[in-house]
Design a protein around this ligand. Structure first.
Ligand SMILES: [Zn+2]
Ligand SMILES: [Zn+2]
Length: 119
């Protein structure tokens, strides 16, 4: 299992916008960094908090359709299809993001997940 650092997750969260204030200044709330991989992100502008999930091994095992969808995501830089899922965050009921890495050019980018809105 790839172990993400808090700094890495914070850096990549800053590529999406807060569901409330639309700013991109996030941190991980260290008081809620569970050893089960369930973390909590916090917007540094409006203090809105949201769940961040870093245990993707468990997630992919329990959501068998997700690996299939990861194969369909295409990179906007190199057009390669197929990414690895590094972590995910649910910014609001309508905005869940997968933070993925392109298997072709290693570019890291967020992909909005439509499925999780209905979980
Ligand atoms: Zn905010
Ligand atoms: Zn790529």
């Amino acid at each position: 299992m790839v172990t993400l650092t808090q700094q890495e997750v914070e850096r990549r969260l800053n590529t999406v916008r807060c569901a409330v204030c639309k700013q991109s200044r996030f941190a991980i709330d260290e008081r809620f960094m569970g050893s089960d991989g369930d973390w909590r992100g916090i917007c540094k502008t409006c203090y809105y908090t949201f769940p961040v999930y870093t245990d993707m091994e468990f997630y992919l095992r329990t959501q068998p359709d997700v690996p299939l969808r990861l194969k369909e995501i295409s990179c906007t830089a190199c057009n390669h299809r197929g990414v690895t899922l590094d972590f995910r965050a649910t910014l609001s009921v309508r905005e869940a993001y997968y933070f993925v890495t392109c298997l072709g050019c290693r570019r890291q980018f967020p992909e909005q997940s439509s499925l999780e809105a209905y979980e």
